[in-house]
Design a binder for this molecule. Structure first.
Ligand code: MN
Length: 203
């Protein structure tokens, strides 16, 4: 069953002025779609290998599955982690998530600083991530390289910010920090809280 590109959960211009319509059109329709297509193509090659029994190129296709698969998953979450500013986007977390943030980072402001730094400081292309780490029973931040490297397997992604140039260059050019500062106005804390509740349900 091939993977499919889900529609954006809101209109392309609804995250303005923080993220512009043209950026969302290219980002979703071209870049995100490219990862879905790449994932399907790599899985088809592995299916061919399964049928022929020739796994000589399996290592190559497994790497493509990891790259494009994580690219797809990260973008699905990136879109769902955002909402139009003032209409579900922005503000601060509440409830159990807010308490855990205070426990692990000291304050929401500290988390903002740390996750902003984790995103802005990505070398080349990658993502800033807030995740629940069940072994240590704590929230952690990560700077993912590409889509999947420098990750902590087993941790549950809660909030992700795209630091690839395609996410911001049309509007912000080289000013990645300005893009990240604007992105906070779009964070859908209800979605992040839902993910936190799911991730901690069994712990
Ligand atoms: Mn992207």
């Amino acid at each position: 069953m091939p993977y499919e590109l889900p529609a954006l959960p809101y209109p392309y211009d609804s995250l303005e002025p923080h993220l512009d319509k043209a950026t969302l059109e290219f980002h979703h329709d071209k870049h995100h779609k490219g990862y879905v297509d790449g994932l399907n193509a790599a899985l088809a090659k592995i299916e061919d290998a399964r049928k022929s029994g020739d796994f000589a190129l399996l290592q190559h296709y497994e790497r493509l599955v990891a790259f494009h698969g994580a690219g797809h998953a990260n973008h699905v979450q990136y879109w769902e982690n955002m909402a139009p500013a003032g209409k579900g986007g922005g503000g601060e977390p509440t409830g159990a998530l807010a308490e855990q943030i205070k426990k692990d980072f000291g304050s929401f402001e500290n988390l903002k600083k740390e996750l902003s730094a984790a995103t802005v400081s990505v070398e080349g292309s990658g993502w800033g991530l807030l995740a629940w780490e069940p072994l240590g029973h704590r929230l952690i931040t990560l700077s993912l390289l590409n889509h999947q490297n420098a990750s902590f397997i087993g941790s549950h992604p809660l909030l992700i910010c795209d630091a690839w140039e395609h996410a911001y260059y049309l509007k912000y050019q080289n000013k990645r920090a300005d893009y990240v500062a604007a992105w906070w106005n779009l964070v859908n804390w209800a979605d992040v809280s839902k993910r936190f509740a799911q991730a901690t349900h069994h712990h």
